[in-house]
Design a protein around this ligand. Structure first.
Ligand SMILES: [Zn+2]
Length: 432
């Protein structure tokens, strides 16, 4: 049974990788139709619903026998682009070699699509029926923000995808740490409040520096304060629970980050970003001509806020670093992050499964500094418990992360089998 599931998930993943679903343009229809056929043959009721005919979202339902919660296994079919010349195996080959399936989407996230679909199909074929409904939902258009995918389907067909519990991408790769094996469950996602910061001066001829008032030079001290300054901590539940789980004191966040860094600097960078509002200047511009002193200079700053915090919170933390004067700020993106409770029956089911599969494993709540489709589902269904979890025990977070959106993306087939067993197991635990 175990090996059968792994072999089937491997075949399904290979097939899905061979559909080019690079977004833009996405063009997910052929892949979605293939997956629809696979799930229908297993006995699920499938519909394809899209704002555009070439980009349908897939909703497959294994109808429940009575009253019970509905569990949704979510994924997306689109991928980012790939440059074949940089790859060992062609990115759309789906080759199985050296114990891996290779290709764009092998981690992000056709692997999870395959594991979820094979888990649901095997349960359906076995004759098992849930109390509530089991949903397999595979959306389009995630990599460019979900407008035609998760956002569209939750707003236009909420009854088709309404659920009480949801599993999606976002965490689950094992994190080796201080002799332990941490399995992250992503409970929340940060918001995005990017802004333009401008300084002003007076234009003049560059041949006489003191004739004007150079706005660009005023960015210098501001950049330096971004380099050395650190806004105060805005602690939310997932990082709080994470620090407690690994035995650190959340009251002493700075000390905790320093101690984590002694064991694993890469984990410390991740934890630190989740403790506060972050500001990362990424673009700068000033004069359009080399011989003209600029009257305006502009920085573009990528700002991420802990879930629930908004523009006012970002401004308050910015003033902490820069002071009030000498610049103006215009926010160009307003996305409030959201999250789910760190304690729930779904978290318990994950803990029980990890306890069985990996007795040295420790389940820890985590938070993503970016956002996924879970954000759209939480916004549509306020009582929903949505987590990111795709267990991988052979490829660690530090193995997998550099391959996502990069060359030679690949998944260990043993992890594909592990994840497929997980999705079958958690469905039974939640819906039996
Ligand atoms: Zn993804």
């Amino acid at each position: 049974m175990v090996d059968d599931l792994q072999a089937e998930a491997t075949r399904v993943l290979q097939r899905l990788v061979r559909f080019d679903t690079v977004n833009p343009p996405g063009d997910e229809r052929s892949a979605q139709e293939w997956l629809a056929g696979y799930l229908e043959r297993a006995g699920l009721a499938v519909s394809l619903l899209g704002a555009e005919p070439e980009r349908p979202n897939l909703v497959a339902r294994l109808k429940g026998t009575g009253d019970g919660p509905t569990l949704c296994l979510l994924s997306h079919m689109d991928t980012v682009l790939a440059t074949p010349s940089e790859w060992t195996h062609d990115p759309w080959s789906g080759d199985e070699a050296d114990g891996f399936v290779w290709g764009r989407g092998a981690l992000d996230m056709k692997s999870q699509t395959a594991a979820e679909a094979v888990a649901a199909a095997s349960l359906a074929r076995s004759g098992w029926r849930p109390r509530g409904d089991l949903l397999v939902v595979c959306v389009v258009d995630e990599e460019t923000g979900g407008r035609l995918g998760a956002q569209w389907i939750t707003q236009n067909h909420p009854d088709e995808v309404r659920c009480d519990y949801l599993l999606n991408e976002g965490a689950g790769e094992v994190i080796p740490y201080d002799g332990r094996r941490l399995y992250g469950v992503s409970c929340a996602e940060k918001g995005v409040f990017r802004f333009a910061l401008r300084t002003h001066g007076v234009a003049g001829h560059a041949s006489m520096p003191r004739m004007g008032d150079n706005a660009l030079l005023k960015l210098g001290p501001i950049l330096d304060r971004f380099r050395t300054g650190q806004p105060g901590v805005d602690l939310t539940d997932p990082p709080l629970a994470f620090l407690r789980a690994i035995g650190e004191d959340p009251e002493d966040a700075a000390g905790a980050v320093a101690r984590i860094a002694e064991h694993e600097p890469r984990l410390a960078a991740f934890v630190e970003a989740n403790l506060r509002v972050t500001f990362t200047p990424t673009m700068a511009s000033a004069s359009a001509k080399i011989n003209v002193i600029p009257s305006v200079a502009e920085l573009r700053v990528d700002c991420r806020t802990p879930p629930g915090l908004g523009e006012d919170d970002a401004r308050r933390r910015l003033v902490e670093i820069l002071g009030e004067d000498g610049y103006e700020v215009e926010f160009v993106e307003h996305t409030v992050g959201n999250g789910s409770p760190v304690e729930s029956p779904l978290m318990m089911a994950i803990e029980e499964w990890v306890g069985q599969e990996d007795p040295d494993g420790l389940v820890v709540p985590t938070m993503l500094p970016a956002f996924t489709d879970s954000r759209h589902f939480r916004a549509a269904f306020p009582d929903l418990v949505a987590y990111g979890f795709f267990p991988q025990s052979h490829q660690s977070l530090f193995d997998a992360f550099p391959l996502v959106h990069s060359a030679d993306e690949r998944i260990d087939v043993r992890d594909l089998g592990l994840a497929t067993r997980f999705f079958a197991d958690v469905s039974r635990r939640m819906l039996d």
